[in-house]
Design a protein around this ligand. Structure first.
Ligand code: ZN
Length: 843
């Protein structure tokens, strides 16, 4: 790196579940731990594909036992996963999982990086992954991270040699790392990056293996381990009062939206890593063996090391301030070295240690969570020296605005408070995750500002820059301007301070289904982010659609309050897919974004600006039956979707199911993974099957085989075996094999076109064996694989019907895929053609 940040932006590592915005207090042991890390000049990078792929045991071990600077490069932000704690999916889930990774790193002591790769969904082969990701771009991101972070050792979570045995993203992460290891040092590779950083050659590349990759513990025991390093990562840290495994478990437990909250493990634990590139260390328990990790590796570092090793050796836990003169000497020597990388890094660490020893508390906070460009906001600046050290505050700037402080002496325990009215320039960018600002592709986020690539989050817009004079040495430090407040039921809370538009608008439903020609009232909710705001709102809409009025006025008195206006939207006469989007006009500005807030206790609150949009779909859909009972499984939006096409859907509490209670329904649907997550069903399954036998229709959506459990061997009235078969390509060809079955004719005619426009996948966990009573309806397969007929199975049972389907209706219905609606309507209507009360639905 040829540029200097100039100001320290980060503080001491402290173990514990701190939010990023909360000021850190460091005990003497924390400070000692930081000095140990200051004196270890080795760097390790762990590489995998998703949030939660990382081995927190190994990261915690490297960061806390070896004391190495350690980071995790997660190629994706986990946008494609599921969310067990809230409604965020896709990009918003990626924002949440990014913060969960940062929370995990605050616990295990690592740092966090990302590439521009989007977690677009499951892929079986790395070839498919790399095509969708744009291999050149993502490989470049890995190269860039290596060049900037300058790791001595790289550890892959996955094996680059075994494509097809795990998620394509996993193998791809290892393949890209394998290639990038050499490319990072090749000046001809990605030369544009060399304006901002230098080439770099890591010394060793490893694969973090385990017995699992060998098939069994026995096979692993017998395997040749010449190239394997072995570490016991169960080590206990008396200074921290925790074992490495406890730290690792706590870090993993930050992945709450993945349901990773777990018990701590304790005791000895073996970790193996296999050498892929570089020389084999002599000491096979030390990945840095033979690599100089002392101050001697830095030109001019030796005299700095002489001072700092002594401080470490003689550390005074009762009164660490005695070390300040020596630390300042080292600080001044450090400013004279020419190696910018180490100078910047170690200056940051050393400054943080000096400030921690002084008990120096510096902060700048607002009393509002957000404001708009062009506004003024009051910022409180507080400075406190909690030691006898001679400290003066030379100056404080918030961005370029000077705070009225001039060489003010900070006397022991005397709080200095200043207030400043900060002007927010009208050109200030709105706060939002940088990778979501431009429209990317399915596989890659678009980031025009290449400086940001790799960073976990958007740098804050406003920083307080403190210039501190300690015994004549000037040390700069920055703190983000934060929002601080107290909640009676939670205590003191620090939150990011955000810049948002004056007003934003959103639709309650992201997809509106028009089942026939009737018009619908569309509510649009405007939220004010400024007091006493008024303007107009219009709706953009597509050809063939009609609105009752072009624009409507709005007026909102208080910031944070909302107003809902209604437009009446009429669909075209024939089937059609389009979108609508609100346009707010206020103060001469046009705003088309919606503001989403992601707030949880375990991560800092996030605000995300997204294009505000709703999909509108005109269908021509028929249905039979009215009343649907829905037993929710792991959570899906299918009930809302069915209501959109006119069904009356009731959620059924499984504990209330009795012999007769289901009889009032025309069909009973089980939500995704119901048998995996709803224990109560094992007692109620007989009633559900009896309901079918007596003339009802039971539809079971996908469950996973792994947690099937013996108690559910009667999940269906006849034998059925769930496999791991899935069809991940959402465009793969679908053949209707039961051409005469009423399921593809009544009340809607289904043909191959109804499988156009599906998203993410066809389906998952298809049965691969079933009893002869079942009729398979469809056939489909991914490229190069055998056809699966298990995606949609139906059997009659007594007077009724039983349907098992692994088709991903839970993904298709919420995004308004017409064919998926028609097929689902047919499933609900099965057997009802005999009934005279066939009704055409109303919108
Ligand atoms: Zn993964």
């Amino acid at each position: 790196m040829r540029y200097l940040l100039g100001f320290v932006t980060c503080s001491l590592l402290v173990l514990g579940t701190l939010k990023a915005q909360t000021p850190k207090n460091s005990s003497a042991t924390d400070i000692y731990h930081a000095i140990e890390k200051l004196n270890f000049l080795g760097t390790a990078l762990f590489i995998a594909a998703h949030p939660d792929d990382e081995n927190t045991r190994l990261i915690a071990y490297l960061a806390n036992n070896v004391k190495a600077r350690t980071a995790y490069l997660s190629l994706t932000r986990g946008d494609g996963g599921q969310n067990l704690i809230g409604p965020e999916l896709r990009e918003l889930l990626g924002v949440l999982r990014t913060q969960e990774l940062l929370a995990a790193r605050r616990v295990d002591g690592g740092e966090q990086f990302f590439s521009r790769a989007n977690d677009f969904g499951y892929s079986k082969q790395p070839g498919e992954t790399l095509e969708i990701w744009n291999k050149e771009a993502i490989l470049g991101d890995v190269v860039r991270t290596i060049r900037k972070f300058k790791p001595d050792v790289i550890i892959n979570r996955f094996d680059h040699r075994t494509p097809g045995t795990t998620h394509g993203h996993h193998t791809s992460s290892a393949m890209l790392s394998f290639e990038a290891f050499d490319l990072a040092n090749d000046a001809n590779a990605y030369p544009e990056q060399l304006k901002m950083t230098d080439t770099w050659q890591p010394k060793r590349l490893f694969f973090n293996t385990s017995w699992w990759f060998y098939g069994s513990q026995e096979k692993f025991k017998a395997a040749d381990k010449t190239n394997l390093l072995h570490m016991d990562v169960g080590t206990y840290y008396p200074m921290l009062g925790k074992s490495n495994n406890e730290i690792a478990s706590l870090a993993s437990s930050q992945h709450l939206c993945q349901g990773f909250g777990r018990l701590s493990t304790r005791g000895s634990e073996d970790e193996y890593i296999e050498l892929l590139k570089g020389d084999l260390p002599e000491d096979k328990s030390n990945i840095f063996d033979g690599i100089d990790t002392t101050w001697k590796r830095v030109d001019g570092g030796e005299p700095i090391g002489d001072i700092l090793y002594k401080v470490q050796e003689n550390f005074n836990f009762k009164d660490p301030t005695v070390h300040i003169p020596e630390l300042l000497k080292a600080y001044n020597l450090l400013q004279g070295i020419s190696d910018v990388h180490w100078k910047e890094l170690k200056t940051e660490e050393l400054s943080a240690i000096i400030f921690a020893i002084s008990g120096l508390h510096l902060e700048a906070f607002t009393q509002t969570a957000y404001t708009n460009p062009g506004q003024e906001v009051e910022v409180n600046v507080k400075a406190l020296n909690r030691s006898n050290i001679d400290i003066k505050l030379k100056s404080v700037f918030i961005n370029d605005q000077k705070v009225a402080i001039d060489n003010e002496a900070l006397k022991n325990n005397n709080l200095v408070t200043k207030k400043v009215d900060l002007n927010i320039p009208s050109a200030t960018d709105y706060t939002s995750p940088y990778w979501l600002i431009e429209k990317g592709t399915l596989g890659t986020y678009k980031v025009s500002n290449t400086d940001l690539i790799g960073k976990p989050e958007t740098p804050r817009a406003f920083y307080a820059k403190f210039l501190v004079n300690i015994y004549g040495t000037l040390i700069p430090i920055t703190r983000p301007v934060v929002y601080k407040y107290a909640k009676p039921d939670k205590g003191e809370i620090y939150q990011p301070f955000e810049i948002v538009p004056e007003a934003t608008a959103s639709f309650a439903d992201k997809v509106l289904i028009f089942a026939d020609a009737s018009s619908k009232k569309v509510p649009v909710t405007i939220k004010a982010h400024q007091d006493s705001i008024s303007g107009t709102i219009a709706l953009g809409y597509g050809k063939g659609w009609k609105l009752d009025t072009d624009t409507q006025p709005f007026s909102i008195a208080k910031k944070g309050d909302e107003q809902t206006v209604y437009f009446t939207l009429s669909p075209p006469s024939t089937e059609n897919e389009s979108s609508i989007s609100p346009i707010i006009k206020v103060n001469g500005k046009e705003i088309t974004k919606e503001l989403v807030t992601i707030a949880y206790d375990h991560v800092p609150t996030q605000t995300v600006l997204l294009p505000s949009e709703a999909k509108v779909v005109r269908l021509n859909i028929q249905k039979a039956g009215e009343n649907i009972g829905y037993i929710m499984g792991a959570g899906d939006e299918v009930p809302t979707s069915l209501e959109q096409i006119g069904y009356n859907v009731q959620l059924i509490d499984p504990s209330t199911i009795t012999k007769e209670s289901l009889n009032k329904y025309d069909a009973v649907v089980l939500g995704i993974r119901a048998y995996n997550v709803v224990d109560e069903l094992k007692f109620k399954q007989r009633f559900i099957l009896d309901y079918a036998k007596n003339g009802g229709t039971v539809i079971v959506q996908y469950n996973t085989a792994s947690r099937w459990g013996a108690q559910f061997e009667n999940i269906a009235p006849y034998d059925i075996e769930i496999s791991r078969d899935r069809v991940t390509n959402e465009n793969s060809e679908v053949n209707i094999i039961a051409k005469d079955h009423s399921l593809v004719h009544f009340p809607n005619e289904i043909d191959e076109n109804d499988f156009n426009g599906w998203v993410q996948e066809r389906g998952l966990y298809f049965p691969n064996k079933w009893s002869k009573e079942f009729t398979p309806i469809l056939e489909m397969h991914d490229e190069g694989e055998e056809a699966s007929k298990g995606s949609l199975l139906i059997s009659s049972y007594g007077k009724g019907y039983y349907i098992y389907t692994g088709l991903s209706f839970f993904r298709e219905l919420p995004v308004g895929v017409p064919g998926a609606y028609k097929l689902f309507s047919n499933m609900l209507s099965v057997g009802k053609e005999k009934v005279e009360t066939k009704v055409k639905i109303k919108g």
